[in-house]
Design a protein around this ligand. Structure first.
Ligand code: DGJ
Length: 374
C-alpha cells in the first residue's frame, strides 16, 4: 500500500515537473501548480489584465469547515487550468470582536473590478460569530488595490436600509402595510416553504434597518452598473440591489425578483439580449434540482424556465434531479461565445473535500443548457 502511494506521489511529481499536468476533472480533487489541493469554494473567477483569478472560501477539515477559520483563498492562471497559489486574499480576524472573527460564516465571496476607482471590491455573505444560526443575514464588503489582494475589510451591513423596492405597489408602502408586515414576521415560520410564508408580507418590516442577505452574487451590467443579487426575506425572494459607482455602497435603488420562489446559489450572466440566472432551491448543504430564469432587463420581469442541467455525474450517479449532487454558484463569461457555469459539490461533514464542477453553457435564443462532462 505504502509502495503504491509513493509511486503515485512520484508520478504526480513527475507530471508536475515535466509540465504535463492533466486537465482538472469535474468532481475530482483539483491541484494548484505546487501540487497542493485547490481550496476555494463558493467563489468565482475574475478576469483582469489577461489573467484569471479564482477565489473562494478556504475550508478546513471536518464540520469546522462550515465556518470560516482562514478566509478567502485566491489563485491566478493564464489559461483557466494551471492555477498558481496567491494566498489568502481576505483573512478572518483574531479579534473576537471583529465582524469577521475566526469562526464566523463567510460564504460565497464575489469580486468585481471598479473601472471608476481602479479598486477590486469583494462582497460576501456574513454571519457574525454571535449569529451562527444564520439569523444575521449580512453582507461583508472588502477592498483591494490589486486583484489578488490583500483585501481590507471595510464593514458589514444589511443592504438598502431606508428604502422601498422600486417595484413595490403603493399599498405596500403604507403604515398599515408596515404594521401587517411586522405582525407577519413575528408569527410566520421564517425558513422553508410554507403557506404562511407565501401569504406573508416580509420586506416592509425590514425597510428601516435593511433587508437580509444570505446567498449572494455580484453582477456588472454592460453600462458598468453593479448589482448585489441576494437571497432575502428569509431566503424566499431574490433582491437586486444597485451599488454606487465605486461599488462600495448601495444606492438605495432595488427591486424584488420573483416573490417567494426560494432561490439560493444565484449565478447571473448576460448573453446577447438575455439575462440569465441559474439557482437552486433552499435545502441547506443538500443538493436539489436547479432551475433558471431569464429576463430582457436586469430589472426583470424574470421568467422561470426549466432545469438547464443535462446528463449524469458518473462519480455519484446523480443527474439533473439533484444537479449532479452540486449547487449553482457562478457563471464566467470567457468570450462572447464561451461561458462556464460553476457549481459546488458540498461535503458538510468535511468541507475541505468539497468539489468543483465547471461546465460549458450552451445557449439557444433565450434558452440555456448545461451538460455534464468529466
Ligand atoms: C445553502 C447555501 O447555498 C450555502 O452557501 C450555505 O449557506 C448552506 N446553505 C448552509 O446550510
Amino acid at each position: 500500500m505504502k509502495h503504491k502511494m509513493l509511486t503515485a506521489a512520484v508520478l504526480a511529481g513527475f507530471c508536475l515537473a515535466c509540465g504535463a499536468r492533466e486537465l482538472q476533472k469535474n468532481a475530482m480533487v483539483w491541484y494548484d501548480t505546487n501540487g497542493h489541493v485547490i481550496n476555494a469554494h463558493g467563489g468565482g473567477v475574475l478576469e483582469y489584465g489577461g489573467k484569471y483569478y479564482l477565489y473562494g472560501e478556504h475550508k478546513v477539515y471536518g464540520q469546522a469547515g462550515c465556518r470560516a477559520h482562514v478566509g478567502v483563498h485566491i489563485y491566478s492562471s493564464g489559461n483557466l487550468k494551471d492555477w498558481q497559489d496567491e494566498g489568502i486574499a481576505l483573512k478572518v480576524s483574531d479579534d473576537p470582536n471583529s465582524d469577521i472573527a475566526d469562526g464566523c460564516v463567510m460564504e460565497r465571496p464575489k469580486i468585481i473590478h471598479c473601472a471608476k476607482t481602479g479598486k477590486f471590491v469583494m462582497y460576501f455573505h456574513l454571519e457574525r460569530t454571535s449569529h451562527l444560526d444564520y439569523s444575521d443575514g449580512r453582507v461583508g464588503i472588502a477592498v483591494s488595490d490589486t486583484p489578488a489582494g490583500p483585501y481590507r475589510f471595510v464593514r458589514s451591513q444589511k443592504p438598502t436600509p431606508g428604502t422601498y423596492p422600486v417595484n413595490a405597489p403603493e399599498d405596500e408602502k403604507t403604515p398599515e402595510a408596515l404594521e401587517r408586515s411586522r405582525a407577519d414576521v413575528a408569527k410566520v415560520p421564517h425558513y422553508g416553504e410554507s403557506e404562511e410564508m407565501k401569504a406573508a408580507l416580509i420586506y416592509p418590516a425590514f425597510v428601516e434597518g435593511g433587508q437580509d442577505s444570505r446567498d449572494m452574487t455580484l453582477f456588472v451590467d454592460d453600462d458598468g452598473t453593479a448589482y448585489l443579487i441576494h437571497s432575502s426575506e428569509f431566503n424566499s425572494t431574490l433582491h437586486f440591489s444597485e451599488l454606487t459607482d465605486d461599488y462600495l455602497d448601495f444606492t438605495g435603488r432595488w427591486w424584488r425578483g420573483r416573490s417567494k420562489d426560494w432561490t439560493e446559489g444565484a449565478a447571473v450572466c448576460k448573453k446577447g439580449d438575455w439575462y440569465y440566472l441559474v439557482g437552486s432551491w433552499c435545502t441547506g448543504w443538500d443538493p436539489n434540482q436547479a432551475r433558471y430564469y431569464r429576463a430582457r432587463s436586469i430589472t426583470g420581469p424574470w421568467e422561470r424556465m426549466g432545469d438547464p442541467c443535462r446528463g449524469v455525474n458518473p462519480h455519484n450517479g446523480l443527474g439533473p434531479e439533484l444537479t449532479w449532487g452540486a449547487q449553482s454558484n457562478f457563471i464566467l463569461k470567457v468570450s462572447d461565445d464561451e461561458y462556464i457555469a460553476m457549481f459546488d459539490i458540498w461535503r458538510p461533514w468535511n468541507q475541505v473535500d468539497s468539489r468543483l464542477v465547471w461546465l460549458p453553457v450552451r445557449f439557444g435564443d433565450g434558452e440555456m443548457e448545461i451538460e455534464w462532462r468529466d
